[in-house]
Design a protein around this ligand. Structure first.
Ligand SMILES: [Mg+2]
Length: 430
């Protein structure tokens, strides 16, 4: 980003412009939020964020009458987990969970999450989500063990409410659609191979996805020891030289470094005009994340492992992250993800939500991105697995010739799972 733009943003925030007046990044640009010019005192910033956290997310006013949840079932078939929720009035919603994690944690859904929601008014979703963590002291299982099941529950409720209101789930949490299409970046998730091999694989994949942005892995993943030695230092210039100045390039260290190790890597990324630097240090090294951010100009991205809204509040108020990347499942669904996106937006920071696994979870991420004003210009595209028989009338769910995927516009989830398949699924008990 040109320096003059950063200066403008710094002065705009310093003079106290409200979140709504902070200009969005131009198309194709990642926004380097002004870490060193955060407005007000720390206490004032916390007060601003706390006011945001008090704002409702679900548009309750869309539903005049109570929507009492009568049943919640977890269905299993073809190694996939599907939640089905039904209301007393006969409305129904479906969600498709993150199978990889749900395989380990589904008893938490069946014993702790589903029973709490029976008899509750779905319109109270904003309050029900924090409340369910207290039920059975479930909060003690903090992180994806509770948030994946809670997200699964929430997505099914939003599908049901969306079908009732005849709106996509994005419009249950937002006044407008901000993004009809999602521009994708091509990710390479490899480690332990040569820089040359990564280049070959990126070339192959970009030819298929037509992506105008790339992301690849740095370091040893939660360890500085990488193989082959010096792979990251070799890749950073090589990716730029191979794909040219127009390609938007970023890289993800997955917590590989200490702050002292991370800073020189970040300086190399700056030299080659990288767009952002993801998880330079372990995700829960908050002070070190801020140290790296303070030492560099490149935006620091993070949050895919983060389970805590309060920790995002710290990272935003203290200038630790320029780009928040809460995971749609690991962070517990749309409502909590929206609270983080709003906090980020209040200080001119971007949101690039993370999605784990290769299932239909990407659809939830697309709905969420369509609902926020401060999404980043590119998002990771994970190929859909085709294990589940599904149909989407409003999108191919594939990356088009311009490297963009259309967000479904049908009611609720906007993707239908074959009812014959659902009939054959097993109802899980635990
Ligand atoms: Mg990552």
């Amino acid at each position: 980003m040109p320096t003059n733009r950063r200066d403008f943003l710094t002065s705009a925030l310093a003079t106290g412009l409200t979140a709504g007046l902070v200009p969005a990044a131009a198309e194709g640009q990642f926004l380097n939020a002004p870490r060193h010019g955060l407005p007000g005192t720390l206490q004032e910033r916390y007060a601003k964020l706390d006011a945001i956290l008090k704002q409702p997310v679900l548009k309750r006013e869309l539903f005049k009458d109570p929507v009492i949840i009568e049943s919640v079932e977890l269905l299993y078939g073809k190694k996939q987990y599907i939640c089905r929720v039904r209301s007393k009035d006969g409305h129904e919603g479906i969600s498709v969970s993150n199978a990889q994690q749900m395989d380990l944690v589904y008893p938490i859904f069946v014993r702790r999450i589903a029973p709490f929601f029976i008899g509750k008014d779905a319109r109270d979703l904003d309050a029900l989500i924090p409340a369910v963590t207290v039920y059975g002291s479930t909060y003690k299982l903090q992180s994806l063990a509770i948030w994946v099941p809670i997200a699964t529950m929430e997505f099914a409720i939003l599908d049901m409410l969306g079908k009732m209101a005849n709106l996509p789930m994005s419009l249950l949490i937002s006044d407008k659609v901000y993004n009809k299409k999602i521009n994708v970046y091509q990710a390479n998730g490899e480690r332990d191979n040569s820089a040359e091999e990564v280049i070959e694989h990126l070339k192959r994949d970009v030819a298929i996805s037509h992506a105008k942005a790339i992301k690849f892995k740095l370091g040893g993943r939660m360890s500085h020891t990488e193989y082959p030695a010096g792979r990251s230092e070799k890749l950073i210039p090589l990716v730029r030289k191979t794909f040219g100045d127009q390609m938007v390039i970023s890289a993800d260290a997955n917590g590989s470094y200490t702050a002292a190790q991370a800073i020189p890597i970040g300086k190399l990324m700056q030299e080659y005009k990288y767009a952002f630097y993801e998880e330079p240090v372990p995700f829960d090294w908050y002070e070190e994340t801020k140290q790296v951010a303070d030492a560099l100009e490149i935006p620091i991205a993070g949050g895919e492992q983060e389970p805590s809204t309060h920790n995002f509040r710290w990272l935003i108020a203290n200038g630790g992250l320029s780009i928040v990347q809460q995971d749609m499942f690991y962070f517990g669904g749309m409502i909590r993800c929206m609270q983080v996106a709003r906090m980020a937006n209040a200080f001119g920071k971007q949101c690039i939500p993370h999605i784990s696994s290769t299932g239909l979870g990407y659809v939830y991420m697309m709905h969420f991105i369509s609902a926020i004003p401060n999404s980043g210009p590119y998002h990771e595209f994970k190929e859909f697995n085709n294990v589940l028989p599904y149909h989407c009338a409003t999108s191919t769910l594939l990356s088009d010739a311009n490297g963009a995927v259309t967000v479904p516009t049908g009611p609720g989830f906007g993707v239908d799972i074959d009812p014959d398949f659902i009939k054959k699924c097993t109802v899980l008990t635990a």
